[in-house]
Design a protein around this ligand. Structure first.
Ligand code: PGA
Length: 255
């Protein structure tokens, strides 16, 4: 049984006082033990969050990394630096990075390798746009993004522990989610592709869904065979709501 995984992607939200209040709420409501919970705050707050959180059964992640360990890249941050601040996970290939910061599949693959080099577990985001879905190209797009990483020397995934996040671009921050059936179909397709690397490998990789996950739709999504949890944006900014979503994912372990 794959251990459920839920990550909070705060994106560029939060202040020092937000972090304090969030922690306070989490201490009252946060689940423990049944699910891997990863908080990805803005890098500026990562060490503050990691230090203040203490032993509350939570791990931390960075939302983006640069491919190089150091260099003349003004304003950028290496995976190793995120690791120093307390991260153990790194989101790579988020659609906002692909779209707004022009990250190609090759760049995403390089960042995947960089995260692993630094000892961070990558959370690889893949997903199609609405136009691609309407044109019948959703699966091809998602598999191409996956292959961009699986096919790259050094990223060869057989021994790699990583998480795949299926995030249809049209569902991110829009309030519109993929139906559980649509999401399960894509997760099954992704797992089948991982199966070409190895059966045991495919069965062990967590594939989580992202795109307007909230307290109300989490149950229907997380009870699907191949949906092992979620990557949560907007709803993760409310500690109680995020805790409730984590608890729903945790029920996968009970079933
Ligand atoms: P959302 O964001 O939950 O606000 O749709 C998800 C994400 O971008 O990871």
């Amino acid at each position: 049984m794959r251990r459920p995984f839920v990550a909070a992607n705060w994106k560029m939200h939060g202040t020092a006082s937000f972090v304090e209040a969030y922690l306070e709420d989490w201490r009252k409501t946060g689940p423990r033990g049944v699910v891997d919970v990863v908080i990805c705050p803005p890098l500026a707050y990562l060490d503050r969050v990691a230090a203040a959180w203490g032993d509350h059964g939570v791990q931390f992640g960075v939302q983006a990394v640069h491919a190089e360990p150091s260099g003349a890249y003004t304003g950028e941050h290496a995976a190793e630096m995120a690791r120093d601040l307390g991260a153990t996970y790194a989101i790579v290939g988020h659609s906002e990075r692909r779209q707004l910061f022009a990250e190609s599949d090759a760049v995403v693959a390089a960042k995947f390798v960089a995260a692993r080099r630094a000892g961070l577990m990558p959370v690889l985001c893949v997903g199609e746009t609405l136009a691609e879905r309407r044109a019948g190209g959703a699966e091809a797009k998602v598999l191409a993004q996956l292959d961009g990483v699986l096919g790259r020397p050094g990223a060869k995934a057989l021994d790699a522990d990583f998480v795949v996040a299926y995030e249809p671009v049209w569902a991110i921050g829009t309030g519109e989610t993929a139906t559980p059936t649509q999401a399960q179909r894509m997760h099954g397709t992704i797992r089948a592709r991982l199966g070409e690397v190895g059966d045991a490998f495919a069965q062990s990789v967590r594939i989580v869904y992202g795109g307007s996950v909230n307290v109300d739709n989490a149950e229907a999504l997380f009870t699907q065979t191949d949906i092992d949890g979620g990557l949560v944006g907007g709803a993760s900014l409310d500690a109680a709501a995020f805790a409730a979503i984590c608890r729903v994912a945790g029920r996968r372990t009970d079933s």
